[in-house]
Design a protein around this ligand. Structure first.
Ligand SMILES: [Zn+2]
Ligand SMILES: [Zn+2]
Length: 276
């Protein structure tokens, strides 16, 4: 059965330091691939907001995405998002970033625990992984409570490196309780999580988070679920979205979510089952 929509909620342009293609190139690729819509969510690493000139790149992203929305409007929906990294590490800068554009969608992510480098740069060993993960989930819970976002990004981000790149196995059951707490806060506040499909293209080979956590979020009453490729180049736009829809369905969801003007819009996963 064919899915109703193909919508990619998490994409980086070259207005992110690690993004490779222009906004217009990304939009062209999305149209070619037959997507109905995309949200461009360039990085704003809040702890480096002024040092790395995010105040300027965020504005540039807003400018280009707004222009693209108008140019491509007869072909595809283009939405303006932002991926706020580590918002609690400089709350004033996070609040400032959110005033720089009329965002449709805000992802809050944690790429480094306070005082530590990005998980990408860490040398992992059996001794330090649990300290890092303890710090990660504690700060993620605080972020959930902060509540100035729409979804929490890639809930299992450190595993991309710990398991995927370094091959260190982790007993994630240690975090079941705190992840339940995070879900409970999100659900109470009407916030969501994402299925980040980048893991499917990487060594870890599963979405971030994987189906087990999507199902747990659903079973606790979660309703807001976005799906994004986390593409950093035009080729990867839309990658894994179909698989993400399948995972959402298997976990119990009958709708996925996109955001417009910071407001959730429910999209049925299968057109035939819209009444469920
Ligand atoms: Zn991220
Ligand atoms: Zn991202």
């Amino acid at each position: 059965m064919k899915f109703s929509y193909c919508f990619d909620s998490h994409i980086h342009s070259d207005n992110s330091p690690d993004g490779n293609n222009t906004v217009s190139h990304i939009c062209e690729s999305a149209v070619e691939k037959g997507l109905q819509g995309i949200t461009i969510t360039d990085h704003c690493e809040v702890n480096l907001f002024y040092k790395d000139l995010y105040d300027r790149t965020v504005r540039q992203s807003c400018f280009e995405v707004s222009k693209a929305a108008s140019v491509f409007k007869d072909f595809i929906g283009i939405f303006l998002g932002i991926e706020l990294g580590q918002p609690l590490q400089d709350i004033a800068a996070a609040e400032k970033a959110l005033t720089l554009g009329r965002f449709d969608f805000v992802i809050a992510s944690l790429h480094n625990v306070r005082g530590q480098p990005d998980f990408y740069y860490i040398n992992y060993n059996k001794e330090n992984v649990y300290d890092l993960l303890d710090g990660y989930y504690n700060e993620l819970l605080q972020m959930a409570m902060w509540n100035e976002f729409d979804v929490l990004g890639h809930l299992t981000y450190p595993l991309r490196y710990i398991i995927g790149e370094h091959g260190i196995s982790v007993d994630m059951s240690r975090y079941d309780k705190i992840i339940d707490e995070i879900f409970t806060v999100l659900i109470k506040n009407g916030k969501g999580i994402e299925i980040n499909t980048s893991g499917l293209r990487q060594k870890i080979g599963v979405t971030l988070p994987d189906e087990k956590y999507i199902k747990r979020y659903h079973d606790l009453g979660g309703q807001i679920l976005t799906i994004g490729s986390d593409a950093h180049n035009a080729n990867d736009v839309g990658a894994g979205i179909q698989e993400g829809m399948e995972i959402a369905y298997n976990a119990g969801f009958r709708h996925i979510t996109l955001f417009k003007n910071r407001t959730p819009i429910r999209l049925p996963i299968y057109p035939e089952k819209m009444d469920e």
